[in-house]
Design a protein around this ligand. Structure first.
Ligand SMILES: NC(=O)c1ccc[n+]([C@@H]2O[C@H](COP(=O)([O-])OP(=O)(O)OC[C@H]3O[C@@H](n4cnc5c(N)ncnc54)[C@H](O)[C@@H]3O)[C@@H](O)[C@H]2O)c1
Ligand SMILES: CCCCCCO
Ligand SMILES: [Zn+2]
Ligand SMILES: [Zn+2]
Length: 343
């Protein structure tokens, strides 16, 4: 039996331990991947804390922004081969047969498996992927930089498409963290004008660096929604909320222009009030958006491979995971942390 190092959640909200665990064996349609790098998503922190109603089952290995090389495949695998560079993703697999899978909405499949949540993820030196769903990494890209595209990138790319906005229109990006700083770049690359809101001036500086024309600090503004309305000549046509605080959600709705759409992506485990009268009177749309399909992933990776998206990231060792989670919880991480799995 060969073993590998992995960061394992044994108990919710307790430190992860770096364990020696067995290298898994791929099933008929699976591939075994030697992991080089993995992004750390705030979802991994939610998972490790057991924040959401549907919880993972400890012990488990988080991580769904992993990138590595296929080292073994099951006997029915056709889509990937030994030596290929692939990733894992939140959408680890789906059934392929339900009404959602059959209509281009595999992200809504009730039978889906989720990387680093219902199946072990990329916080280990090896991981299994379903060969039919694993993102195929484009040739020639930086291995450490592409991980954040596998969740943050595809999620905000899809979330922006779900705002129903057009080139030249205003979109608000709420929360300029791992997802949000990449969302600013996709929005600019998609021809939108960007307003950004966060509670941290360093994050807002990052938004401006990546092309935001308007930035508002929700912690110091007297009324962030009104300020955004004023600075965008009547409100934003669309909003993408990636913030991890429930106060950001009604604030984004309040920043919308009449007829606007807010795409909800951030997942603080709370509820938020929705004003019925103004939602109806102004014809607003409030829409949830979850990661992206394999097609969305290919499109998001193409933007990255063509140099339109430059994640801001810091490379750190797997052994730093508990410090990384603590810093993430305090909002102290600029961009994305990517863990080097060779150490
Ligand atoms: N829907 C999906 O498919 C999907 C995919 C990936 C991540 N997520 C969720 O998105 C959220 C963000 O993930 P991340 O990795 O970018 O997290 P992150 O910790 O990197 O960034 C969160 C950002 O929110 C900001 N913030 C906190 N309070 C705020 C407020 N009141 N107003 C505006 N900004 C505020 C923080 O300053 C930080 O910049 C998490 O809840 C994660 O689970 C959802
Ligand atoms: C419901 C949880 C969605 C998490 C997406 C990957 O970060
Ligand atoms: Zn994620
Ligand atoms: Zn399905």
């Amino acid at each position: 039996m060969s073993t590998m190092k992995a960061a394992v959640v044994h108990t919710f909200a307790a430190p992860l331990t770096i364990d020696d665990v067995e290298v898994p064996t791929p099933g008929p349609l699976e591939a075994l991947v030697k992991v080089d790098y993995t992004g750390v998503c705030h979802t991994d922190l939610h998972a490790a804390h057991g924040d959401w109603p549907v919880k993972p089952s400890p012990p488990f290995v988080p991580g769904h922004e992993g990138v590595g090389t296929v080292v073994a495949v099951g006997d029915q695998v056709t889509r990937v081969a030994v030596g290929d560079k692939v990733g894992n993703a939140w959408l680890w697999s789906a059934c392929g047969e339900c009404e959602y899978c059959e209509t281009g909405w595999e992200t809504l499949c009730p039978h889906q498996k989720n990387g680093g949540y219902s199946v072990d993820g990329s916080f280990g030196q090896y991981m299994l992927v379903d060969s039919r769903y694993a993102p195929i990494i484009p040739e020639g890209v930086e291995d450490a930089a592409v991980g954040p595209i596998l969740c943050a990138g595809v999620t905000v790319y899809k979330g922006l498409k779900q705002t129903d906005t057009q080139p030249g229109e205003w979109v608000l990006i709420s929360g300029i963290g791992g997802l949000g700083h990449i969302a600013v770049q996709y929005a600019v690359a998609m021809g939108r004008r960007v307003a950004a809101v966060d509670v941290d001036d360093d994050k807002l500086a990052l938004a401006r660096k990546h092309g935001a024309e308007v930035t508002v600090n929700a912690a110091t503004s007297a009324d962030a929604a009104a300020e955004i309305q004023d600075k965008t000549g009547g409100g934003v046509h669309g909003a993408l909320v990636t913030a991890v605080n429930a106060h950001a959600f009604p604030q984004a709705v309040g920043a919308l222009r009449r007829g606007g759409t807010v795409s909800l992506v951030g997942l603080p485990p709370e509820k938020f009030p929705l004003d019925i009268f103004t939602t109806v009177l102004f014809g607003l749309t409030v829409r949830g958006s979850i990661v992206g399909t394999r097609k969305d992933m290919a499109e998001a990776l193409d933007f990255f491979a063509r140099g339109k998206i430059t994640p801001t990231y810091t490379v750190r060792p797997l052994s730093d995971i508990n410090d990384i989670f603590s810093e993430m919880e305090q909002g102290k991480i600029d961009g994305r942390v990517v863990m080097d799995m060779h150490s």
